[in-house]
Design a protein around this ligand. Structure first.
Ligand SMILES: Cc1cc2nc3c(=O)[nH]c(=O)nc-3n(C[C@H](O)[C@H](O)[C@H](O)COP(=O)(O)OP(=O)(O)OC[C@H]3O[C@@H](n4cnc5c(N)ncnc54)[C@H](O)[C@@H]3O)c2cc1C
Length: 521
């Protein structure tokens, strides 16, 4: 992806794009993917980096949702299981089968979870990732040595998918770019352009790096801005009532030996009635999540002390070694869009996990809710509105079987796996410069060549783009990321021809953000 080449396309004042997408998270990228599968021309803007919002802060699961099954939302579970299965085939370098174990303490729970998960298997049909089964107490402790043994009766094993959320977003942007989509990070949508009849005909956008402004024309505009959806709805109609109530979920990252195996732990009901996961990911353990109402949408939400305490206390209830604040390598928070309560009511309601598409009078199409797992179907359902908005015919969607950038049947070993077919060209960069073989941090396998690649091919513009979303070091170990930042800054500055002032200001920005991922001891 070449950012400058894509920016240059915005100079064309006559071009009319079929679809302009606001938002480069899973929702917006799903829309772009589906639109290109139907031969439409697409331009996509994110005011920050791809997946800077909620889409890099998920639990990283591709799941039908065992919880939604318990709630009787069968349609959603069917849909999500199909998408899960397809994504494992379309992006095998990023998504894989992850066994989960639910610890069982009573005979009644054994029966309930065994039956429920058999149904989950059956619903996945041919796309099932593996059979669920009850295992004995001994087997459970063998597979999760870090689990508390007191009162344990056994475990129920089931399978779901796991993935790298920010990298999937990036690979989707690359797939779209390769198919002719003009994808741009750090370009903010400032206002909507309308004709005399009040119909939207385009967007005013600005490049946040050069401060240059552009006007683009589009037949259909999609608002895929997650918790920021109200801001775009209010650009359309300043009197529009607020629709979204952000709700925060945090994750703590611990060393893998707190569980001690390859299996993930799933606690179906915590003190506040939520699900708690502890999932191995990139050599660490991701534990979460919470559900805390927040007043305002934020790109960089911060975990609250009470949320940190809650996750630590809940995990301690199940783990033989109690995790403490000292054990936390990183903490990250994300915001889900809940439906704001109506005037006079205090109750919030989660926007159904099955997404919603709203068509405004002006022709603005807003995609909201849903989850990462179903991003493609969400995109398909949104693009279906094209005929309604423009009166033009639409070809059938082909996104269900589209391979995603990087997809290969021979997934490379170790940390190179997530690069898929890009791994080799990255390794070959070291022939251009031997010093790019050097590691960025002694505790991580990533090397300097990955930074060069991120700048040349993956539209990385800042240190944070590299350390948070191209390489996930900030999410895995915030202190390690802070330590690696000067090396990354120097490599980027050389490659992008920036000076010492850029390095100093970038490092100051990165350290300020990264400090939010550190826990005060
Ligand atoms: C704690 C937590 C855990 C989760 N775990 C899972 C999970 O394990 N599996 C799963 O399937 N789902 C999960 N989800 C749900 C999933 O993460 C979200 O559904 C998904 O990431 C939402 O993506 P989005 O594109 O709608 O929003 P976002 O990712 O927030 O993207 C919106 C984008 O819009 C951009 N934007 C905003 N305003 C403008 C503007 N004016 N101009 C240009 N760009 C703009 C922002 O910069 C942002 O990047 C989880 C959610 C949370 C909160």
């Amino acid at each position: 992806m070449n950012r400058q080449e894509n920016l240059d396309q915005l100079q064309d004042k006559i071009k009319i794009w079929d679809i302009a997408v606001i938002g480069g998270g899973s929702s917006g990228l799903g829309v772009a993917l589906d639109a290109i599968s139907r031969g439409l021309s697409v331009v996509l803007f994110d005011k920050a980096d791809f997946a800077k919002g909620t889409s890099s802060r998920s639990t990283k699961l591709l799941h039908g949702g065992v919880r939604y099954l318990a709630q009787g939302d069968v349609g959603l579970v069917f849909e999500a299981l199909k998408e899960r299965g397809k994504l494992l085939k379309n992006a095998p370098h990023l998504a894989h089968d992850q066994p989960f174990i639910i610890p069982i303490f009573t005979w009644k729970d054994r029966l309930m979870y065994s039956v429920g998960l058999k149904m989950y298997d059956w619903m996945a049909g041919r796309l099932s990732l593996g059979k669920s089964e009850f295992i004995s107490k001994e087997e459970t402790l063998k597979r999760i040595p870090g689990l508390k043994s007191k009162g344990l009766y056994g475990g129920v094993v089931y399978h779901d998918g796991q993935f790298d959320d920010a990298r999937l977003a990036l690979n989707l942007a690359q797939s779209a770019d390769e198919a002719g989509t003009c994808v741009l990070n750090y370009v903010s949508v400032n206002s909507l352009v309308k004709d005399e009849a009040g119909k939207i005909t385009g967007l005013h956008v600005s490049d946040k790096l050069s401060k240059k402004k552009y006007k683009i024309n589009a037949k259909m505009v999609v608002n895929a801005t997650g918790v920021f959806a109200d801001k775009i709805l209010q650009m359309d109609d300043p009197t529009a009532p607020r629709m979204i109530q952000p709700s925060q979920g945090i994750h703590l990252v611990l060393d893998l030996d707190f569980l001690g195996g390859k299996d993930a732990l799933m606690i179906p009901k915590t003190r506040d009635g939520r699900v708690l996961f502890a999932v191995p990911w990139h050599g660490k353990l991701v534990v979460g999540t919470t559900d805390t109402l927040r007043e305002k949408p934020k790109l960089e939400p911060e975990a609250l002390q009470k949320e940190i305490d809650f996750v630590l206390e809940t995990a301690a209830g199940y783990l033989a070694r109690k995790p403490t604040r000292e054990d936390v390598r990183s903490v990250f928070a994300g915001l889900r869009p809940l439906a704001r309560p109506k005037e006079g009511s205090t109750k919030t309601k989660e926007i159904s996990r099955s997404h919603k598409v709203i068509l405004s009078e002006s022709g603005l199409v807003t995609l909201t809710g849903g989850k990462w797992t179903t991003f493609r179907k969400m995109g398909e359902d949104t693009v279906e509105y094209f005929t309604k908005v423009t009166g033009e015919k639409l070809r059938d969607s082909k996104s269900l079987d589209m391979k995603i950038h990087g997809a290969t049947s021979r997934v490379p070993e170790g940390h190179w796996g997530i690069y898929g077919f890009d791994a080799k060209p990255i390794q070959e960069l070291t022939k251009e410069n031997k010093s790019w073989e050097a590691k960025l941090h002694p505790d991580f396998p990533n090397i300097a060549a990955e930074v060069i690649w991120a700048v040349r091919e993956e539209m990385a513009m800042t240190i944070e783009d590299v350390l948070a979303r191209r390489i996930r070091m900030l999410f895995l170990d915030a202190q390690a990321a802070i330590d690696a930042a000067p090396t990354v800054a120097k490599l980027m500055a050389e490659e992008m021809k920036h000076d010492e002032t850029w390095i100093a200001s970038e490092l100051a920005d990165f350290n300020k953000t990264a400090s939010k991922y550190l826990i005060k001891k």
